[in-house]
Ligand binder design. Structure first.
Ligand SMILES: C[S@@+](CC[C@H](N)C(=O)[O-])C[C@H]1O[C@@H](n2cnc3c(N)ncnc32)[C@H](O)[C@@H]1O
Length: 226
């Protein structure tokens, strides 16, 4: 089965459950990979767009997965009853949208064993908001696709750990599945912010940018010592 490395990494962070939900399923590839890998016996695939869910449905029929999948159209986890899915995947959306989805139905989130989320923006906001929702990051990974880096986190309903403001941007190195991938990502961010800092020498933004650069350097240092 051909699936992107991004989706493979998302699925790698999922744990075995009876029913998993793929929220914002779109093409349905994550759902199909979860079934193919034996990580779920049954999938609830949902999307806010009817067109997207039709794509997922077509994929499931084509791959003989129709009897193991249920497709729903709706907003976020409003499509789920509490306890209906022990595992929930929400990927390929901005961080604010993912937070909105989580905050919208706390009773569904609380009843899940785990959620794997992959925010494509505002990752600092996501990490800093999780404790208010009593969600704890259990493990993280990073994936690069088409020159962009995407964080992936498995979160669980539990007393959340404290994150410094720097860790909200970088993540905690000790929670990363792959030290090599974490260091590669830190290297990428250091190069990116070094270039920005170099070009912002006369800007009032310089101190803030320098702080960001130093955060990534410190996280790389910590990661290298693990
Ligand atoms: C870029 S695709 C990501 C597909 C897949 N999850 C992935 O990671 O490749 C985003 C999908 O999320 C859906 N979506 C956006 N907002 C949503 C919401 N509030 N509830 C459910 N689905 C949503 C979109 O319709 C789209 O199909």
């Amino acid at each position: 089965m051909t699936t992107s490395t991004r989706i493979k990494r998302i699925v790698d962070l999922c744990k075995s459950v009876k029913t998993a939900a793929d929220i914002g399923a779109d093409h349905g590839l994550t759902s199909a990979a979860l079934l193919w890998r034996g990580l779920a016996e049954r999938i609830i695939a949902s999307d806010i767009s009817e067109k997207s869910i039709a794509k997922a449905q077509a994929l499931f029929s084509e791959r003989g997965l129709a009897d193991k999948t249920e497709c729903r159209v709706g907003d976020g986890i409003q499509v789920l009853q509490p306890g209906e899915a022990e595992g929930i995947v929400i990927s390929g959306m901005g961080g604010q949208m993912i937070l909105h989805i989580l905050q919208d139905r706390p009773e569904v989130v609380r009843k899940a064993d785990w959620l794997v989320i992959s925010p494509q923006s505002n990752v600092d906001l996501v990490r800093s908001s999780l404790p208010q929702m009593h969600l704890c990051i259990e493990e993280e990974d990073i994936v690069e696709e088409d020159g962009k880096y995407y964080p992936i986190m498995r979160i669980v309903p539990a007393q959340a750990q404290a994150y410094t403001s720097a860790e909200c941007f970088t993540g905690k190195p000790e929670l990363m599945r792959s030290k090599e991938r974490f260091l590669e990502y830190m290297e990428y961010m250091i190069n990116k912010f070094q270039t920005i800092v170099d070009q912002a020498q006369d800007s009032p933004e310089l101190p803030r940018l320098q702080v960001r650069l130093d955060m990534y350097k410190a996280a790389r240092q910590k990661g290298m010592q693990l």
